[in-house]
Design a protein around this ligand. Structure first.
Ligand code: 5RP
Length: 228
């Protein structure tokens, strides 16, 4: 198990509310957090239920015996703990490396606080430096969305599945386009709106102004970046 990811996961344990509903993000760092959370629940330290942000998060909750809830029963969540693929200095994020960006953003939007757990390699000056920006699109719209994005000077690639022929099909039955920008993004809020305005784009992996805290796992502990 990665020590830096474990340090990031453990760092947010004191922030978990004593009771109530929280969001459970997706990814390998969140998987480590889920195990820590299940221990807290089993030891009676906290009494929380989670809204999962993906099938992976749902499976984690089932495997670790974490009580499940949903956004119909709990449309307001006390917090969400999630990972990220890139974090800039304003705590804007690129997410969607695991293809779960759509539900992740909905769960984050329902949360009073969005707490991100990452390792140091995820920190960048500007988004799209190391990671392509994923967008989830309706399969019916692929041709037209791809053409429009290309005409914006951005190179889209349909994300291909591993160990299955053809495109990745998301938890929502959609495709993912990974967008290669000619250079890192200087105005991610505008890019997020421009992309979201394209009919067929159901969500982008740009999480702008949503993050409250980033817990960065290091070899010898954790560094915390806070909003504002
Ligand atoms: C999934 C995500 C993940 O949170 C992101 O890819 C980070 O994952 P990891 O902790 O495995 O690096 O956005 O869609």
């Amino acid at each position: 198990m990665s020590n830096v990811k474990l340090n990031a996961a453990k760092s947010v344990i004191p922030l978990i509310p004593k009771s109530g509903a929280i969001g459970l993000g997706s990814g390998s760092t969140v998987a480590i957090f889920a195990k820590e959370l299940s221990r807290q629940i089993a030891e009676g330290e906290v009494d929380v239920s989670v809204v999962p942000s993906s099938y992976q998060a749902y499976q984690l909750a089932v495997d670790y015996k974490i009580p499940l809830t949903n956004l119909d029963l709990n449309p307001s969540l006390l917090m969400t703990v999630d990972g990220a693929d890139e974090v800039d200095k304003e705590l804007n994020l690129t997410k969607g490396g695991g293809g779960a960006l759509f539900q992740e953003k909905i769960v984050a939007s329902a949360s009073e606080k969005l707490i991100i757990i990452v390792d140091e390699s995820k920190l960048v000056n500007h988004l799209a430096t190391r990671f392509e920006i994923p967008v989830e699109i309706l399969p019916f719209s692929l041709g037209v969305v791809r053409q429009k994005i290309t005409s914006m000077g951005i190179t889209p690639t349909v994300r291909e599945a591993q160990r299955k022929m053809g495109p990745v099909v998301t938890d929502n039955g959609n495709f993912i386009l990974d967008l290669k920008f000619p250079e890192p993004i200087r105005n991610p809020a505008k890019v997020a709106v421009d992309l979201k305005m394209l009919p067929g784009v159901v969500e982008t992996g740009l999480f702008i102004g949503m993050t409250d805290e980033v817990h960065i796992g290091m070899g010898d502990g954790t560094r915390i970046m806070k909003k504002g």
